[in-house]
Design a protein around this ligand. Structure first.
Ligand code: OMP
Length: 220
């Protein structure tokens, strides 16, 4: 496992952004683990998270020239990533959307740098069944930009669909998105990384069976 994966998983566990138990997901699935990026809630935690993203992005050698963070959780992520990229000598434009259109002042739903003609890296927290991220892709394309790639912290490697996975699909939501868009979907870590990372650690033994069963049912 690469260093940035190990550092990120340690950080997420320390920040309790990765939790084990029983959680109901957006898709309606009951998951034995949950990743809450909102718990990277201090300057240090956010900075270390951004370092993890930028390490993963640089490792993949992706070609992009604007960073986009979908509301809400993508906004601080994209901002922290842009700051970390600038600290490494790469100052790129940054944009994000509002969930509610503003009808006064500058108006509209987009904030930050213009998207027109840009190669956009979309930054978000986690992909499960792949529903949430699709809304932001539509916004970016409607504003005349190309999607260059997607970077997330955790790829849950799940089949698309609702409580029951879509039977017509054998690829994970991230694999389907990547194939459909023709661009990489990068993650700092995947569920497979998390399973490997926790395998020999006594603190996580009690959750191993539930995670294996969940993977069996929903994993690609
Ligand atoms: P999908 O739309 O199914 O890909 O779910 C992604 C969204 O679910 C994320 O943007 C989160 O809002 C939320 N989520 C988490 O934050 N952490 C998880 O571990 C799982 C989910 C989820 O509900 O699937």
């Amino acid at each position: 496992m690469t260093d940035h994966k190990t550092r990120f998983l340690n950080l997420a566990l320390d920040a309790q952004a990765l939790k084990f138990g029983e959680f109901t997901l957006k898709s309606g699935r009951k998951s034995p683990y949950f990743f809450n990026a909102g718990l990277f809630n201090s300057g240090r935690l956010m900075r270390e998270l951004a370092i993890g993203y930028v390490d993963a992005i640089e490792h993949a050698g992706l070609d992009f020239d604007l960073i986009f963070g979908p509301a809400y959780k993508g906004i601080p992520l994209a901002t922290a990533i842009a700051v970390e990229l600038a600290a490494r000598g790469r100052d790129l434009p940054l944009a994000y959307n509002r969930k509610e259109a503003k009808d006064h002042g500058e108006g509209g739903t987009l904030v930050g740098a213009p998207l027109q003609g840009r190669k956009v890296l979309v930054v978000d927290d986690v992909i499960s069944a792949g529903t949430a991220i699709r809304e932001s892709l539509d916004i970016i394309r409607a504003n005349g930009a190309h999607i260059a790639g997607i970077a997330i912290a955790l790829d849950r490697q799940e089949l698309p669909g609702g409580i029951e996975p879509d039977p017509s699909n054998t690829q994970s939501a991230t694999q389907s998105l990547s194939a459909e868009l023709g661009v990489p979907v990068l993650a700092i870590a995947t569920l497979a990384d998390l399973v490997a990372f926790t395998a020999d650690d006594e603190r996580f033994l009690q959750h191993a069976d539930a995670i294996a069963a969940y993977r069996q049912r929903y994993g690609a």
